[in-house]
Design a protein around this ligand. Structure first.
Ligand code: SF4
Ligand code: SF4
Length: 155
């Protein structure tokens, strides 16, 4: 299958991948990979990539739930580009509930994005505190140290 990233054992199972597992793993495992849904999927038809097909997206959700791919780097874009039309659900011979898998993925991606935003805000806050409060003091300390050194040298 082209377009679906290889499994990465290094990515740790996060709380959110565990949540994704709880919400959608059983449903995703119902997919038998037959591909009957591919011809009805507008994004697969237009992009021709497995990762932009229902089967590919379901696989990515499974892999993200297992902590084998990254929720934001690997899963967010295919889910974002899905139209949510659910034509794939109608075409599926084994009734894979794509809609619930899709909704669970969207929920977890949104939460992960929130976590990233908060992380980045905290980093900015930490940098501002460091720059505004610690460094000026550090500079002042160095200036005092230099003065003491000059004083000592001068006897
Ligand atoms: S919901 Fe529509 S766009 Fe999304 S995977 Fe199914 S058929 Fe494709
Ligand atoms: S038709 Fe159903 S079982 Fe077949 S690949 Fe698509 S989602 Fe999976």
């Amino acid at each position: 299958m082209s377009g679906v990233p290889a499994q990465k054992e290094t990515i740790q199972e996060s709380e959110l991948s565990q949540k994704l597992r709880r919400l959608s793993y059983d449903d995703a495992n119902k997919c038998v990979q037959c591909g009957y849904c591919l011809p009805v999927c507008p994004t697969y038809e237009s992009m021709g990539k497995e990762s932009q097909s229902p089967r590919g997206r379901i696989n990515l959700v499974k892999m993200a739930a297992e902590g084998k791919v990254d929720i934001l780097q690997d899963l967010a874009e295919p889910i974002d580009l899905c139209l949510g039309c659910r034509a794939c659900e109608v075409a599926c011979p084994v009734n894979v509930p794509y809609g619930s898998i899709y909704e669970a993925a969207k929920e977890v991606i949104a939460e992960q994005q929130k976590v990233e935003r908060n992380d980045s805000k905290n980093k900015t806050k930490f940098r501002d505190i460091t720059m505004n409060h610690l460094f000026p003091k550090h500079k002042r300390l160095r200036a005092v140290g230099n003065m003491v050194w000059v004083y000592q040298k001068a006897g």
